[in-house]
Design a protein around this ligand. Sequence first.
Ligand code: ATP
Ligand code: MG
Length: 573
Amino acid sequence: MEEVQEKSLNFIEQIVEKNLQDGVNDGRIQTRFPPEPNGYLHIGHVKAICMDFGISEKYNGVCNLRFDDTNPVKEDTEYVDSITQDIRWLGFRWGNIYYASDYFDKLYKLAILFIKAGKAYVDEQTAEQIAEQKGTPTEPGRPSPFRDRPIEENLRLFEAMQRGEIEDGKMVLRAKIDMANPNMHFRDPIIYRIITTHPHHRTGRKWNVYPMYDFAHGQSDYFEGVTHSICTLEFVVHRPLYDYFIDEMLRLSTSDDWGVPANSRPRQFEFNRLNITYTVMSKRKMLQLVNEGLVRGWDDPRMPTVCGLRRRGYTASAIRAFIDKIGYTKVEGMIDLGLLEHTIREDLKETAPRVCAIFDPVKLVLNNFDGKETITAQNIDGIGDLGTREMLFGKELWIERADFMEDAPKDFFRLSPGGREVRLKNAYIIQATGCDKDADGRITTVYANVDLNTKSGTEGGNRKTKSTINWVECGSAVDAEVRLYDRLFACEDPSAEEGDFRDLLNPDSLKIVNCKVEGALRKEMHEPVLHEGIAEQNHYQFLKQGYFVVDPDTTAEHLVFNRTASLKDNWKK
Ligand code: ATP
Ligand code: MG
């Protein structure tokens, strides 16, 4: 029996187990994944998804999807749809779908409670004035001249804000906490702002005021009954405020007022973000790349988005295995892109059928072979069994230009006149006899004799040669467009560089070549097969070239492949 090693618990799992022992929240586990629907999911989000869904799966809890849709300016249902699709594709299932906008009525009511308790006021200063009074971590801030406005006036103005009577930016609602607190987030944070320029993707024009993140997130967790609100480290400094708003809410009202069980209380925990070399992991920057046409779209195979990785040929299992490998800590770091590439190679190594594709073709004519022959080839050699396919063999074959040299040095073991024996993969041993050239001296045709007693799979097939070369039969070969992708950025940490991140793009991140693939791939020439709106992935290893996947641009006339990863693995443990 294989020895099963118990994987040690990550620090969040340790906390959860301790909470379960102590009976916190009556032993209930409820998490949520809270994306803002203002962009597509990227692999950083997958790290959070694996944590949020992983905890609930492991401890018999529930994980809900909650769209943090408090800013109508940037949010859209297009993003809601892509996010749900990507999470399902990754293999996770949520309990319910909620929206922060479900709680706009409750949050508004809560804001009124804060105002009535003298804990919030309407400020008429500009954003610049408010920022300028904030102070520094070592220097206290200065109070707004509107800080001590009478409660009645605050109420009247906040209601006017909501009725749409006040222009955007002219007033905000601020919590009245402590302008000298060493935690800057406590210096009278803005909790509501006016947005009238854009309708909300769900509530339309109902609201003219919208809650800020800090006033919405913890309360939403509370309303839903979340027990463990897990997020990334940049929220550590927000945690005291997260707790403050829930504490104050429970001072000004009871859990019954919100329909929440009395002993239900969310707590926030933080882990390190995922950063990957040669990658930007910010929706804002990605949106810029998309809008300015610097990539083809959110699903461009060079993007670190889930849909981009999918189009590149990454499988859900490889992406999850990668997240599992990197683990969760409390210190920020940078992960080598090589590890991600290594993980997809490991995944495809045993599942991708091997086929021949000739990238820089030159014609090979076999002097002593006429007609055609069908060869049965293994789809994978050595590891596992992926069945067989038929390859047509004939007098004229495409081979790689680099596999022939007219005047070759001694250590060149591929085709060259002068008696070297070379095996055609899955077929016969040949010896080159010469070549034709055009007026520029470029080789147009290579000639060779074939030894018909050396067919692979027969006794003569055991004869060894120093090299084996790939080929496809000319008459049955299919032309294919191959998109060779490389890293999107030329420098290791584009976010750390000064200046414009767009200047750091790798100019060679996409090369398009036309190649000849074997006739068996004709079967891919159709519109992509969709599963719940997502194109099915068809992976191949092109022998000696790398891993490739059929691109959804493929039609009945035109075959397109994306390079998922080259064969060379430069990941060092
Ligand atoms: P971005 O900075 O790319 O715009 P965001 O944090 O604003 O991302 P949200 O939609 O608010 O995006 O994120 C939803 C969840 O995903 C949050 O809990 C956030 O902590 C988590 N998350 C976002 N980026 C990463 C990352 N790089 N690594 C791990 N978790 C992340
Ligand atoms: Mg965010």
